[in-house]
Design a protein. Structure first.
Lengths: 195, 367
């Protein structure tokens, strides 16, 4: 794909936000967005892991899967790589940066099964990004995800004192808000298209 | 073709093995905190291998904090005071800790990892808690949905508990339920039996442990449990007593009454048992028999939904209105409650309205 990494980075944040246009990574997005503080923690963790695993999976795909002609196994391999990386990261943070562990580390197990992370790795393969583009796309998607969960957490904090119909409380109203936010983000789509 | 498939499987496995190996090595290097000490109550020091949760580190040393969820941080039963070395409170603990507990260094021991030398405080009664192997010797049908099950302790063990305390039973996998479940049940037999104890277990629809007990447990089965737990036991005072129970909540009160029958008491006691219909009543004769044993005891079953065919002539409605006659001096009255959380909330509210001090209302907080 012939698109500069820089443009891809911004496009992944705004015009093709992985959460608001692809609706990936919804479960932790809905469950951890009750407080701004923890939503930022999770968002930053997603950003790190997304950037790193997209790069790792690019290497795994182009250095192992393609030469050996087993691209069809990419689903399983990517998941294993993500799981192992997250575990590894958790161990390192827990050992060497206890303060960071208490703010970020506890969210890492949640991320192993976050589909935004797996999704970014698959998009990178389908869209045929080169290494630099993949890193830019991963980092952009991570920041986009962080932005989306922060916005939802901000809105949900305001909602606490509001009268919401019983049936809509919790996930219901959050999904409606997400839908409205997604429509807002459609406004950016004139800038650049990547899919 | 077949070589291609085999080769692919081999490559796939190799990737998995390499990553797993990396993980094992990393775990060795990174999670190795060496030998650490846990100081308990400023008296006893135990040495453990660091890196595990406080709860499991303690249970390896035969110190069993109560835990109903098996360390997943959902029940909040494993609370203990961590004075030093516990690190900051985790978001996984916060929902289960009150403000007073947060200030008082109370933590969930299943979430605290032992990474430094730790100083903790636990009640002395915890040291009495052990794991027991037992055999089922008797199963009685008390009602259509309530059974009384008697366990005999194996290996000539004895259990030392206070009447009213509970044990945690461990169910085994059955049918579609693959994992073990650990649930708390009050002991219904008297402490003096020592190597036998009885639990009263009511079938909860879809309940993992109660279904196992009701559908699968047979005489002769081996079952393990830990205990005794809890601070729901008779206080040694002269105050009047009100017992209130519903459903299988009869268990701890049966234990307390049987214990009192042995030791003797002249305290004024009233026992209110709330049930829906005549079908839900059990052990009525046994409880009424206590009216002859004690100087001043009455057993009052109250039905909330008696059916016309039942021929019920006793009290109806909720138990709360009948407390009035039983309370002579509210300040000098203790209440012991056992039943559903809803019942306990309603009865506590009503007792407070009658003037019984909150500190003299005792109950177990498991549902």
């Amino acid at each position: 794909m012939d698109i500069s990494a820089f443009v891809l980075f911004w496009a992944a944040i705004f015009t093709s936000n992985i959460l608001l246009t692809n609706f990936l990574g919804m479960c932790s997005y809905l469950s951890v967005s009750k407080e701004i503080e923890s939503s930022i923690g999770l968002g930053v963790a997603v950003f790190f892991v997304l950037t790193a695993t997209t790069a790792l999976n690019w290497l795994v795909h182009h250095l192992i899967l393609v030469p050996l002609h087993i691209e069809y196994l990419e689903f399983i391999v990517f998941i294993i790589v993500i799981a192992a990386f997250v575990q590894f990261l958790e161990l390192i943070i827990e050992r060497y940066a206890p303060a960071l562990y208490y703010t970020l580390g506890i969210f890492l197990p949640l991320i192993t099964v976050n589909c935004a992370i797996f999704g970014a790795s698959l998009f990178m393969v389908i869209r045929n990004y080169n290494f630099l583009q993949s890193i830019a796309f991963g980092a952009g998607s991570g920041i986009g995800w962080l932005l989306a969960i922060m916005m939802l957490a901000g809105v949900r904090r305001k909602l606490k004192e509001k009268m919401i119909p019983v049936g809509l409380r919790g996930a219901g109203i959050s999904l409606i808000i997400t839908g409205i936010m997604a429509m807002g983000f459609v406004g950016f789509s004139g800038i650049v298209q990547i899919q | 073709m077949i070589t291609k498939v085999l080769l692919d499987i081999a490559i796939m496995s190799a990737i998995g093995v390499i990553l797993a190996l990396l993980m094992v090595i990393a775990q060795r290097w990174l999670s190795n905190y060496g030998e650490l000490s846990i100081n308990i109550n400023g008296k006893r020091d135990i040495t453990v291998i660091g890196g595990n949760s406080l709860l499991s580190s303690l249970s390896e040393k035969q110190i069993f904090l109560p835990s109903a969820c098996g360390g997943r941080g959902t029940c909040g039963a494993c609370k203990c005071k961590v004075d030093e070395g516990g690190g900051p409170v985790l978001p996984t603990e916060k929902p289960l800790l009150s403000k007073a507990e947060l200030v008082g260094n109370i933590r969930l021991s299943c979430q605290v990892k032992v990474k430094n030398n730790v100083k903790i405080q636990i009640p002395d009664s915890i040291f009495n808690i052990r794991k027991y192997q037992t055999e089922v010797v008797e199963i009685l049908d008390y009602t259509y949905d309530t059974k009384g099950i008697t366990f005999k302790l194996l290996d000539e063990q004895t259990i030392d508990f206070k009447a009213g305390q509970y044990v945690q039973l461990e169910s085994k996998p059955y049918e579609k339920v693959k994992q073990k479940a650990i649930r708390a049940y009050s002991i219904s037999s008297k402490p003096s039996l020592q190597n036998r104890l009885q639990l009263i277990i009511r079938q909860v629809p879809e309940g993992i442990c109660t279904t196992w007990v009701h559908k699968h447990l047979k005489v002769g089965d081996k079952v393990s449990f830990t205990g005794p737990y809890g601070d729901f036991f008779l206080r040694d005072t002269d105050a009047d007593i009100i017992f209130v129970a519903g459903g299988s909540g009869k268990a701890p009160i049966k234990s307390i009454l049987e214990h009192l029958a042995e030791t003797g008491t002249s305290r004024k006691m009233s026992y209110f048992f709330g049930a829906r219909t005549v079908r839900d009543l059990y052990l009525t004769e046994e409880m009424q028999a206590f009216e002859k044993v004690f100087e001043n005891f009455e057993y009052v079953p109250v039905l909330s939904h008696p059916e016309p065919g039942d021929g019920w002539t006793g009290k109806t409605g909720f138990v709360m209105p009948f407390f009035k006659d039983a309370i002579r001096d509210p300040q000098n009255t203790e209440a012991y409650l056992c039943g559903s959380p809803g019942m306990i909330a309603a009865v506590t509210k009503s007792l407070k309205e009658y003037g019984v001090p909150e500190g003299k209302i005792y109950y177990d907080s498991f549902g």
